[in-house]
Ligand binder design. Structure first.
Ligand code: COA
Length: 147
């Protein structure tokens, strides 16, 4: 699998479509609801399978000096549990370090908390409830390994 940023308009359309199908469509949200005003300046990572094409996505944006936020992590449903989310997160963390970030924060959906814990993220607070039912935990990780 190739992990890189989408490049063409067509690749970006597919990137946002996967984000929408996994993170918005199941809650009846219309196409477009998956994007926000930070997308233009954010770092986008996608995984391309030789046969299946785009299979996983994730985004990093700067919150403040030295701090980045990971959002919109999504893997095609039948392909979960095979290391694809891991590959996207690893690449986002690598790029965060390259951008001088030392801390990553994120709001993890309840179902994904275990995935982030396994990757060294600590739950630091309760987060928001999306669409009236999707609970989140605020999580944090220092990229240099210190507490
Ligand atoms: C969360 C998500 C991105 C993880 O991606 P994935 O490809 O399924 O996960 P991976 O296969 O890369 O898992 C990496 C490791 O984390 C573990 N893991 C994955 N999901 C987990 C979970 N929900 N709870 C506990 N551990 C989990 C895996 O077992 C694996 O550990 P191992 O290497 O010891 O076997 C993916 O399941 C997904 O798209 N979920 C739906 C959308 C979502 O909730 N996005 C996050 C929004 S905050």
């Amino acid at each position: 699998m190739e992990i890189r940023s989408p490049e063409t308009d067509t690749e970006f359309e597919a990137y946002y479509d996967l984000r929408w199908r996994v993170l918005r469509q199941p809650w009846g949200q219309s196409p477009g609801s998956e994007r926000d005003e930070l997308d233009d300046d954010a770092t986008h990572v996608a995984g391309y399978d030789e046969v299946k094409g785009l299979v996983c996505v994730g985004r990093l944006h700067a919150v403040e000096t030295g701090v980045g936020q990971v959002r919109y992590m999504a893997v095609e449903e039948p392909l979960r549990g095979r290391g694809l989310g891991q590959a996207v997160l690893n690449e986002l963390e690598r790029l965060a370090k390259r951008q001088g970030m030392s801390v990553i924060v994120l709001d993890a959906r309840e179902a994904a908390v275990g995935f982030y814990r396994r990757n060294g993220y600590e739950a630091v607070d309760e987060g928001h409830v999306l669409f009236g039912e999707v609970r989140h935990s605020k999580m944090r990780k220092r990229l240099d390994g210190s507490a």
